[in-house]
Each structure stands twice: as C-alpha cells, then as structure tokens.
Design a protein around this ligand. Structure first.
Ligand code: SAM
Ligand code: SF4
Length: 418
C-alpha cells in the first residue's frame, strides 16, 4: 500500500515539475512515506526526521512532507513536535499536497488527478481498491491511522486498470487491508468477485492478484470465482497470526484454528495448485510456550509457501496495548521468531525444490545483476539469463536451481502471447 501511495505522490510531483533523484542530499523536496505498524518502524521514522532536520539546517530551502500512518489525526501536535516539516498529510490525501504546492506558488496543472503518469509504466502495478479497515484486531494500529473502510467504485478501478493495460501494464495487484469486504460500503454494493469478473475482461492484462484476505470474510463463492477466472493468479495471502484459539480470541481475529484449517481445505479443493502465504505474530501478551507450539504445528500442517513473521509490538491506543501487558521477553520473542523462520525455510525449501526441472510461466518484471527476473503465477521469484528484451513478456522457463526464497531458471523455452 505504501509503495502504491509513494508512486502516486511521485506521479503528482512529476506533473508539478519535480524530477526524482536517488541522492537524498540533492533533493529540494523530500516526501517521507511512513509505516508505524510496529514500534521499530516508528523509531526509524523518528530517526529519519532527525536526520532531515540536520539536512534542513544545511539547506534551509529544503521542503519536507510527511505522509503514511505516522500522521495521526492530531496534526497540530505533530507540527509542534517537528517544526521543520512543511506538511503532514494523511495517507492518500493528495489534495493536501496540491494545496500545499499552490501555496508555494507552484503551478498545478488543471485536471491533474486524471492525468496519466509520465513515469515508466510498471509491468506489475499496485492498485489500492479500498482504504481503511473496520476490524480492530486488538494489536493493530491501522484502523486508527487509516480510518474506516472506503471502497473505490468498481468502474473507477476498471477504468484505471484498462488505461494502464493499454500503456503496458500486464499484471495488477489489488490492495486493501481486507479485500474480502471490498464494495460492501458502496451505494450500489459490490464485491471482490464482481470486480475480478470485470477485470478478467480487460484487454492486454495478463494477471490479477489481490492482497490481503481475512479468513473470517473469505467466502466459498469468492474461492470459486478465483478458480474460474483465467487471469486470477493461484496465490492467496491468508493471514493466520496465531495457531491457538485463545490467542486468536485475544487478538480479536474472529476465527478459530479449526475454521482456518477448513478454509484452507476449501481453497485447496477448488484451486489445487494454489500457493498460500500468511502472516504470523509471535509473543502476543500471555502467549505460553504451548500456545506458540500450536502456531508451529499449524505451519507444519498447512505448509505455506511464504510466511511473513513479526514479533508482537504494543501500539499506543490499540485494545491489546490498553488491556494486556507486553509480558513476553524480547529474548523469548526472538527465540520464537527464529523457530518460525527455521521451520518455514525448511518447508519453503522443500516446496520449491519440487519445482526443479518443471517448466513454468514467468511474467518478466525487470533486470537485476545482469539477470531477468519475474514471478510465476504462484508468486515465486525466478531469475534467468537471456539476451532478448524480455521485459513485460510471459515466458516459459525451466527451473534448474531452487532456494527457500527464489528460483533460478535455464534458458527461456518460449515466448507466449506477445
Ligand atoms: N490486514 C491484514 C491482516 O488482516 O492481516 C494485514 C495488515 S497489517 C498492516 C500487516 C501485518 O502486520 C499483520 O498481518 C500483522 O501480522 C502485522 N502486525 C500488525 N500489527 C502488529 C503489531 N502490533 N505487532 C506485530 N505485528 C503486527
Ligand atoms: Fe489490522 Fe486486523 Fe485490519 Fe488487518 S484486518 S489491518 S490486522 S485491524
């Protein structure tokens, strides 16, 4: 979500006459897009704001804008604490940036919001389809910083993606904190399945992905829809968070381990080749060794392709921070995280090793270290060499080497569909 929003800000700034630079010291304007989902991320934001303060002392004309989840509703207080920041604006409040620009006597082109990006069009584009979250999981700061769910109308999303596909985008990743509740808040209620149906017809688009699902809201109907649409990829991110029912209850996740297990069974029944990824939090308040073992047991049982893990971090204002003490020591949290990572890297190594010798379709997204890279429909990162211009192409490659994190392929087999 942050990457998509940063790209959008970059597109606006480009239309306002700015050019991007990789060298921070050269910049006249810095936009800091922030995450505060964990305390460590917030610490980095504060560190970076300190660094920028020093930079502004050297270069008084420097403008610093700050957005993302660091910007809470009390902007006055932020302005007081960080007087060197020219503007704090809430995530996706691009109007705020334009107002600021006008005040700086920067010419804002008419209809700027509907102007296409002049940056290179990404082969794979992140598209936010909704903002906010209504769930209030007890540990999570997101609903407090991003507000309640607001879906974009499906026609607007389809229109944007049709334009991007005309200009070269081959894959879209639809984004929302809980895409399974997409559209329920619209005057003409809609849902993710309807949107996927519409997008499946967009000419030029080859693949559709979406993030993130919520196990309590993912319906069988949606799973059938995913299975039936040829452009929708066989990759589902389904955050589990914990394997013990009491911990799940304290997290206010709204499902039990058994319900999660059954949901995975349904997904695998309809989409047998699906790759599953998940999110895990270790060291939630009061989580006992036995309860944590149940999380490990779920990982062994379900065998996810990818696990995004994190240690619990108390966030101010959340229900967990108010009601529970952060009583698992940092050492135990780290030990648990290491266990999750050790088990998961063995599982991912085994899953990926089985792909050796298989020929798989890759959508090529770019080049790194002299090699092309892209992803399979199951979201596995693949590197291969080719002297052709492969960017944006669907290419069949044969896997020759694997690791838990990426695959290496031999020479391309064939170019498809271009
Ligand atoms: N909406 C998605 C969901 O329901 O899982 C994820 C959004 S959240 C920004 C991304 C991940 O950050 C979560 O899945 C969770 O694992 C992790 N996370 C959120 N709050 C956290 C906290 N206080 N401490 C540690 N990890 C946290
Ligand atoms: Fe946070 Fe839960 Fe909403 Fe995900 S569903 S953003 S974890 S409150």
């Amino acid at each position: 979500m942050n990457r998509a929003e940063s790209q959008k800000v970059a597109d606006y700034l480009d239309l306002l006459g700015y050019q991007s630079t990789d060298a921070l010291q050269k910049a006249d304007l810095v936009v800091l897009n922030t995450c505060v989902v964990r305390q460590s991320a917030e610490g980095k934001v504060i560190g970076m704001l300190g660094y920028l303060k020093g930079m502004k002392r050297q270069k008084p004309d420097l403008s610093i804008l700050v957005t993302g989840c660091f910007v809470d509703s009390d902007i006055k207080q932020l302005e007081k604490s960080f007087p060197h920041v020219a503007l704090f604006f809430q995530p996706s409040d691009y109007a705020g940036v334009l107002n600021w620009a006008e005040k700086q006597a920067i010419v804002v082109p008419e209809n700027i919001a509907s102007q296409p990006s002049r940056h290179n069009i990404a082969v794979s584009a992140f598209i936010p389809i909704m903002q906010g979250c209504n769930n209030f999981c007890s540990y999570c700061i997101v609903p407090y910083r991003r507000g309640r769910e607001r879906s974009r109308p499906p026609d607007e999303v389809v229109c944007e993606i049709t334009e991007l596909a005309k200009r070269g985008t081959r894959e879209v990743i639809l984004l929302g904190q809980n895409v399974n509740s997409y559209g329920h808040d619209l005057p003409a209620p809609s849902d993710l399945g309807d949107l996927l149906f519409k997008l499946n017809d967009v000419a030029g688009l080859a693949r559709i992905r979406f993030l993130t699902n919520h196990p309590k809201d993912m319906s069988q109907q949606l799973i059938k829809t995913i299975a039936s649409l040829d452009k929708v990829c066989q990759h589902i991110n389904l955050p589990l968070q914990a394997g013990n029912d009491d911990v799940l209850k304290a997290m206010r996740r709204g499902y039990t381990a058994e319900q999660y297990r059954q949901l995975v069974g349904t997904i695998r029944r309809y989409i047998p080749e699906v790759a599953l990824s998940t999110d895990i939090i270790v060291g939630f308040p009061d989580e006992s060794d036995g309860q944590f073992e149940q999380t490990l047991a779920m990982l062994e049982e379900i065998r996810f392709d990818t696990v995004h893990d994190a240690v619990y971090s108390p966030r101010p204002g959340t229900i967990a921070a108010k009601e529970h003490q952060d009583n698992i020591s940092p050492e135990i949290k780290k030990e648990r995280l290491n266990k999750v990572e050790e088990i998961q890297s063995n599982i991912a190594a085994e899953i990926n090793y089985r792909l050796t010798g298989k020929t798989i379709q890759v959508l090529v997204e770019g080049k790194k270290g002299g090699k092309w890279y892209g992803r399979t429909r199951s979201n596995k990162l693949v590197f291969f060499e080719s002297s052709d211009d492969c960017l944006g192409r669907l290419i069949d490659v044969t896997i020759v080497k694997t690791s838990p994190w990426a695959l290496q392929a031999g020479q391309e087999q064939s170019l498809l569909g271009d």
